[in-house]
Design a binder for this molecule. Structure first.
Ligand code: SF4
Ligand code: SF4
Ligand code: SF4
Length: 352
């Protein structure tokens, strides 16, 4: 008896089918376009969107429209971004990493033209008898953060902000505008264009004047102090970020029993890195190191400081090399035989 009161499942399904047929075919006419629009967004079904009275939209037309107008356009933009942003950035960063992986900071000590120009000027200063100015540990510590600030502001922040239109387009390459290497290397090719200060805008004029002032300062300072620009160079801080990744290393073994803490390596270091004489292990390979190798050349004890590539010793300090080196030049870079053993006799003319 009870069974006959409830319809069969087949009957219920048929009823639902008829109701849905009305909804999907005549829903627009029955419920009004606003309600239909709500329902179609919540319940996409297979009624045709071309049916003007429909109560919903077929999911397939929604899919096609979204792929056509949204996904397709987004892919074109993504392709554009890939070609115009990711690939160029990946290429330049990749090439930098390949170069850096092999050389580590030896780029500074062995390749960089501005590093070489500063070193040549310093040698000229020594031969002209200019007084040597060494930075004391306290002053070195105060200067060290500047290179990070230069990287952050001039190389990263301002160019990005210029690209976003937040600051003037003229600030797109502010470091290049003040970089003394730009002027030094072009002057070496007899090209004087780069010392001309553009007066078209205040920003151009300020950057050009600052660049020339920086160049003048570096030329004069390099006669009396070693590597003055390197202390604040953003490329040094950029390299320092990754210096632990390279197989090229400056190694001073942990608690090396032969190191007498004589301090000769500190005097030889053009970057006034005091840690090379007082520290061991990772702390001795400082973020300011340019891997010039002078500390290893002037350390008078065998194998205390080494230059290594993939763990292989390229050069190691030795008594013999030290003797040959000081016969030609003091650790501070003064020419000729003015010193026999700097641990006993201070070189003439040394202020530091
Ligand atoms: S610190 Fe800068 S200027 Fe100095 S050698 Fe390295 S890259 Fe060149
Ligand atoms: S020169 Fe050699 S022995 Fe002297 S402090 Fe430096 S690492 Fe030690
Ligand atoms: S620590 Fe040694 S290799 Fe590094 S900059 Fe100083 S002298 Fe050159």
């Amino acid at each position: 008896m009870l069974k006959t009161l409830f319809p069969t499942l087949g009957r219920v399904r048929f009823t639902v089918q008829i109701l849905m047929l009305f909804l999907t075919v005549y829903g627009g006419a029955l419920l009004g376009s606003y309600t239909v629009d709500r329902i179609s967004q919540a319940l996409p079904a297979l009624s045709c969107a071309y049916d003007k009275m429909t109560g919903d939209h077929c999911i397939l037309i929604v899919n096609q429209h979204q792929l056509h107008h949204r996904v397709g356009e987004a892919l074109v933009k993504a392709q554009d971004i890939t070609l115009k942003v990711f690939i160029p950035v990946a290429m330049s960063v990749g090439v930098f990493f390949m170069f850096f992986f092999l050389l580590n900071k030896a780029f500074c000590g062995w390749v960089c033209p501005l590093g070489t120009v500063q070193e040549l000027l310093y040698r000229i200063g020594r031969r002209l008898g200019r007084p040597l100015n060494r930075l004391q540990p306290g002053n070195v510590g105060r200067v060290r953060p500047v290179k990070w600030l230069m990287l952050l502001v001039l190389v990263l922040a301002l160019p990005t902000m210029a690209g976003m239109g937040v600051v003037s387009n003229e600030l797109g390459d502010p470091f290049c505008q003040v970089c003394p290497s730009r002027i030094a290397t072009t002057l070496l090719t007899a090209d004087t264009e780069q010392i001309a200060v553009r007066t078209s805008t205040t920003v151009n004029f300020a950057l050009g004047a600052l660049g020339n002032a920086m160049f003048g300062f570096v030329v004069i300072a390099a006669l009396a102090a070693r590597q003055p620009f390197c202390r604040i160079c953003p490329l040094l801080s950029w390299n320092a970020l990754f210096q632990k990744l390279s197989p090229m290393r400056l190694v001073k073994k942990d608690a090396h029993e032969k190191c007498e803490k004589c301090g000769v390596c500190e005097k030889a270091c053009p970057m006034d890195i005091h840690e090379i004489g007082t520290e061991f292990g990772k702390k001795a390979f400082h973020e300011d190191c340019t891997m010039c190798g002078r500390c290893a050349e002037y350390c008078p004890d065998d194998d205390v400081i080494q230059l290594k590539f993939f763990g292989f010793r390229l050069f190691g300090s030795s008594r013999e090399h030290y003797k040959r080196r000081v016969r030609a030049e003091t650790p501070e870079g003064a020419p000729k035989q003015r010193v026999i053993d700097v641990r006993v006799n201070k070189p003439k003319g040394e202020n530091g």
